[in-house]
Design a protein. Sequence first.
Length: 200
Amino acid sequence: MQFILEYAPILLFFAAYKLQGIYVATAIAIVASIAAIAYAYFVQKKVTAMQWLSLAIIVVFGGATLLLHDEMFIKWKPSALYVIFAATLVIGKLVFKRDWIDVVFKQAQIQAPAAVWSRITWAWVVFFLVMATLNGYVATYFSLDAWVNFKVWWAMGLFLVFTVGNVVLLSKYIPESEVAAAAPHANANATATGGGSDPK
């Protein structure tokens, strides 16, 4: 069910885009995101701050796309979200002295040293900024079709590869019973931070 909640909005967005175009797809992405948050809130009784932030961004940028009939807002929405995630990690690290990225992997019960979490935090900051730049470049210099394909398939693939790399790095700190489950849990949470519920 968690997998469906994370990936349904982006898959519905892709299908709607192919059938009806970017504006219908944007409207469906907003509705699907609201529905996913409503399910998490009323049924699962848990919505993370990142999920609320992702919803706010899709509503603001998607709403601007529909109201102004300008596709550039929805195309730049992922970059805005990635930058906000990177800034959140930096603020957590420098201001609150916390490596908030460990929340992404908490379901795997990882007990890694502080130095490891620090390196992973900065790696995610760099990754989010690279993704923001890539999305902005594709959104600006490539066609709408190319951007949609990049956002749905290439960005999601990059998030998966990067997350699996994190799991491999952290595998020595994961209880054996949790290793098999670590990658899918981390990727689902990571894309809620940047790749599954974010990619509309």
